[in-house]
Design a protein around this ligand. Structure first.
Ligand SMILES: Cc1ncc(COP(=O)(O)O)c(C=O)c1O
Length: 438
């Protein structure tokens, strides 16, 4: 074993040296290197943790996953964190949890869930996948969040839940949302895939509703490559969500799996009509999936969590710099806005080309991309206009005119911590070049 420990130590030192030789160079050649809108930000710690985990060869979620859950739970200030293999899976698990027949008041097929038309696809898809009906409200100019003034109009006797993403990290008006869900006794799922670290009135986003979700795809605030999480303060919901994630299995032994189960009652279960006792590990209380992560992913996540406070600070700084330098184009491009209660851990810097600007969105995004500045569009625009959603069962509130306008003119550039001053300056210079040629 002594030899194995020495070998491990030497491998990890080599990994650090390899990082330094192969990955550490972050220099930037303006006009040659692309300025990404997002990307993984890492150093030798992520690589060392991952290799360490591979040398353990646990593979499935294990000791590193346990460490990650605890650490993320502490950061968020929540009791229960369940890592899953993507933000999309997190949304699926969260909404499916609310459909569980283990709840006194589950969502049932045909029930309605209010969601903004300007949504990421996989915030809406679990509604459809669970045979519920999405009711689309419009969004706001400025923060691109759901338009809370339409919520009352969206209510019917089948309304049971509200689900939405805090768009690109910018909090929705949570005073209005909470007053609404309380008044109508609705479930709330917050998709905080883009909003890790954002707060409303000092309270972490994701802690307002029953359940919330995160993505750890490389574009997000921290990454595991692919990955995500569901989090909640309610142990009963966490237990159901774990079952949904883990094949539908009722057993909640988690990482502690002694012979007789963590509950000590593994062989006490009975199934009506089946003589004898039944192994709890093979009892299925939910219609589940397998959406679990692997331990090397979690190992990377643990290193990323150490960097999270600095990542959030960098996103805020980068946003502030772009805001200060791009505001001069306000007459052509609508700048982002946020509420006074919002403390925003920005995912990106969103903008909207005004309808009367002397150019169209594709002209500026094409120019930026051709000059090496990456751009992306805001979610699915008006998702009801996407081809895959043409035939879904739905209700629509109003004419979704703002969602249409976001689909016409919205886009964003990055603010991620990988943007150092030369890259930020290059973004600003490229915007200036575009406007100079008008
Ligand atoms: C708001 C929102 N929800 C969900 C997701 C899905 O996350 P993932 O790509 O990890 O499936 C994303 C992805 O970017 C997102 O932005």
């Amino acid at each position: 074993m002594g030899n194995a420990d020495d070998l491990r130590q030497s491998i990890l030192e080599q990994v650090a040296a390899y990082y330094e030789a192969a990955h550490a160079d972050r220099s930037f050649a303006a006009g040659k290197d692309r300025v990404q809108y997002a990307g993984r930000v890492y150093d030798e710690r992520e690589m060392i943790n991952m290799v360490d985990s591979v040398l353990d060869f646990w593979l499935t979620a294990g000791p590193w996953a346990q460490k990650f859950e605890k650490k993320l739970g502490k950061f968020l200030g929540v009791r229960e964190v369940l890592p899953v293999n993507s933000g999309s899976s997190a949304n699926l698990v969260a909404l499916t949890t609310l459909c569980s027949r283990q709840l006194d008041d589950p969502l049932l097929p045909g029930d309605e869930v209010i969601v903004p038309a300007t949504s990421f696809p996989t915030t809406v898809n679990p509604i459809i996948q669970n045979q519920l009906t999405p009711v689309f409200v419009d969004s706001n100019y400025g923060d691109f969040n759901l338009n809370v003034s339409q919520l009352e109009e969206a209510v019917s006797d089948r309304t049971r839940a509200v689900m939405f993403a805090h768009t690109l990290g910018n909090p929705a008006d949570m005073d209005a949302v909470m007053a609404f869900v309380k008044k109508h006794d609705l479930y709330l799922i917050e998709d905080t895939c883009d909003a890790l670290g954002s707060k409303w009135d000092g309270k972490a986003l994701g802690t307002f509703g029953q359940l919330a979700t995160l993505s750890f795809y490389p574009a997000h605030h921290i990454t595991m490559g692919e990955g995500g999480a569901v989090y909640t303060n309610r142990p009963k919901l966490a237990k159901i969500a774990r079952a949904v994630r883990d094949w539908g299995r009722d057993c909640w032994c988690g990482y502690d799996n002694p012979t007789n189960g963590a509950c000590g009652r593994r062989f006490d279960r009975e199934v009506p009509g089946i003589p004898g006792y039944y192994d709890h590990k093979y009892l299925y209380s939910e219609i589940g999936y397998n959406l679990k992560i692997t331990d090397p992913q979690a190992a990377m996540g643990v290193a990323q969590l150490d960097k999270l406070p600095e990542f959030i600070a960098a996103r805020k700084r980068n946003f502030a710099f772009l805001y200060e330098n791009l505001c001069q184009y306000e007459s052509f491009i609508m700048m982002p806005t946020w509420e006074p209660q919002a403390d925003v851990s920005w995912f990106a810097f969103p903008m909207l080309v005004r309808a009367d600007a002397p150019f169209m969105r594709h002209e500026i995004t094409r120019f930026l991309e051709q000059n090496g500045v990456e751009t992306r569009l805001i979610f699915a625009g008006n998702i009801t206009k996407q081809p895959g959603y043409a035939h879904i069962e739905k209700r629509v509130i109003g004419d979704l005119a703002v969602a249409d306008d976001i689909m016409r003119g919205g886009f964003f550039v990055g603010v991620y911590p990988g943007l150092d001053q030369p890259r930020l300056d290059y973004i600003v210079e490229t915007f200036a070049k575009f406007f100079a040629q008008l």
